[in-house]
Design a protein. Structure first.
Length: 449
């Protein structure tokens, strides 16, 4: 693939790819970083800079007891070059880490291009490279390369749009109103897989009106112009606008559900389905949506039982190339069928700038460790990085959708906490202690003591 001697190829000079390349080069290995811009531009990018931020200039909360803040603290512990550049180019944004967009990408580009072990190759990659390789071509992977990935993994495991329904924590659902049960469970003895929020006619009508009237996110031109977008998977607000009864005959149909408190079938029902193995997170079935996030909170809190719901993910629908990662990769970010190949970034089903940097870092560290004959890192699920890697490698294959960092992914605490803030604080403390211990135990060039 190249004339100069290299140890690892990294495909894609976005957030995940540049962090991966840096981590590999920092471990004394030679890297070719392949980036197709500016020769070929994905529809959302505007520059030739590495690690371009395609939308917001905010990398999310920097508070230590927020999920995104914890992930940043972990990345700093592991010497992330992108976090260092973000810290150096930060602009005032309260508790969030926002950056001067151009300065950030400029600084990353300058550092990466000047690294003696990194060669940046401005070329579109159209085939899966030979040898140890990290693939991080992102949500807008070029069509030719997407085809090559689809041929390798199987077309049924590569998706081009996400359709995220909001997720709430189980403990924030009011179970004095909601109840467990599956459709026809009373008749057929099925297990109670769902949590059901019953609505009477007036509540249903208010919800439909609110959904129809709520403010929506602006779609990008390339999404609006794509005739396949939303096909077969309508946003809940679009379905609601098709007529008063559309939801009651669709995802909110009450058929086969009896409210144990009244002994009757409700007028409509919102079902929530378990989203993680630990049973701490539940998604609202059929509520994929493009409403603005504050509007989602306002409107969905009108659902009986969700008045005080804690949202760990809001819904969205975007153009997004991603793998059915749990079917294909391990928590080391390695492709199961070819151990020399690693995936990173949004392609693996991780959401958000910082989550993508994190998977780039893990893939980069492990690619370097593989070349050096060291055991690969499987980070503990008490850490946010480890929990994200675990999610994308172990989530439900049938319903896999991208996820951003959130506390619901971490393995549950063993000690009790008084309220949400204390719980988050304990999670964060445990995560950083666990990561420090792990780094100490598995330092580069040294195996478990
Ligand atoms: C329109 C849009 C808006 C978003 N807004 C936000 C936001 O505001 N906040 C947030 O947290 N997240 C946002 N995201 C989600 C995500 O965090 C970012 O897309 C993030 O940049 C993904 O990181 P990545 O490294 O996986 O991909 P990218 O950063 O996109 O990097 C992939 C790189 O690979 C290159 N490439 C693609 N194909 C090839 C090829 N065949 N050969 C060589 N190079 C190739 C691309 O040019 C690109 O530079 C957004 C996503 C999209 C699509």
């Amino acid at each position: 693939m190249s004339e100069f001697q290299i140890d690892v190829n990294v495909v894609g000079g976005g957030l995940a790819g540049t962090e991966a390349a840096w981590q590999i080069a920092s471990r004394g290995l030679k890297v070719a970083l392949w980036e197709m811009r500016p020769l070929k531009m994905p529809p959302a990018h505007v520059s030739d800079k590495l690690a371009e931020l395609v939308c917001s200039n905010s990398l999310g909360s920097d508070l230590p007891d927020r999920a995104s803040g914890l992930l940043k603290a972990e990345l700093r512990l592991l010497d992330s070059v992108l976090l260092a550049c973000a810290d150096e180019t930060r602009v005032p944004a309260g508790g969030a880490l926002a950056v001067g967009r151009e300065q950030f990408s400029e600084m990353v580009t300058c550092r990466v291009e000047n690294h003696p072990y990194i060669t940046v190759c401005r070329q579109e990659v159209i085939e899966i490279p030979e040898g140890v390789t990290v693939i991080a071509t992102g949500p807008l992977t070029s069509p030719t390369f997407s085809d090559a990935i689809a041929v390798m993994v199987g077309a049924q495991y590569l998706y081009f749009y996400d359709a995220l329904a909001p997720i709430v924590t189980r403990e924030s659902i009011d179970m004095d109103v909601a109840f467990e049960g599956a459709r026809f469970a009373h008749r057929e003895g099925q297990s109670a897989d769902y949590i059901n929020c019953p609505l009477n006619e007036a509540q249903y009508k208010r919800l439909v009106d609110a959904l129809v009237g709520a403010e929506r996110m602006e779609l990008r031109d390339f999404e609006r112009e794509d005739p396949h977008f939303f096909e077969g998977c309508l946003p809940v607000e679009v379905l609601a606008a098709r007529g008063r009864d559309a939801l009651a005959y669709g995802p909110l149909r009450p058929i086969g559900i009896i409210d144990p408190r009244t002994g009757r079938r409700p007028y409509a029902v919102v079902q929530l389905r378990q989203d993680d193995a630990a049973g701490t997170l539940y998604n609202l079935v059929g509520f994929q949506t493009n409403l603005r996030w504050p509007e989602q909170r306002r409107v969905l809190s009108m659902i009986p039982g969700l008045e005080s719901a804690e949202f760990v993910r809001f819904g969205q629908m975007h153009r997004n190339t991603f793998l059915n990662a749990p079917e294909l990769i391990d928590s080391t970010m390695q492709y199961q069928s070819r151990g020399e190949l690693f995936f990173a970034g949004q392609l693996t089903g991780v959401e958000g700038y910082v989550g993508n940097i994190a998977t780039g870092m893990l893939a980069g560290i492990n690619a370097a460790r593989l070349v050096k004959g060291e055991s690969l890192w499987k980070l503990p699920t008490e850490t946010m990085m480890g929990a994200l890697a675990h999610y994308v490698s172990h989530a439900d294959v049938q319903r896999f959708q991208p996820m951003k960092a959130n506390f619901g992914l971490l393995s549950p605490l063993t000690q009790p906490a008084r309220g949400k803030r204390e719980r988050y604080h304990l999670y964060a403390e445990r995560a950083l202690a666990s990561l420090s211990q792990y780094i100490e135990q598995y330092r580069d060039g040294q195996e478990e003591k």
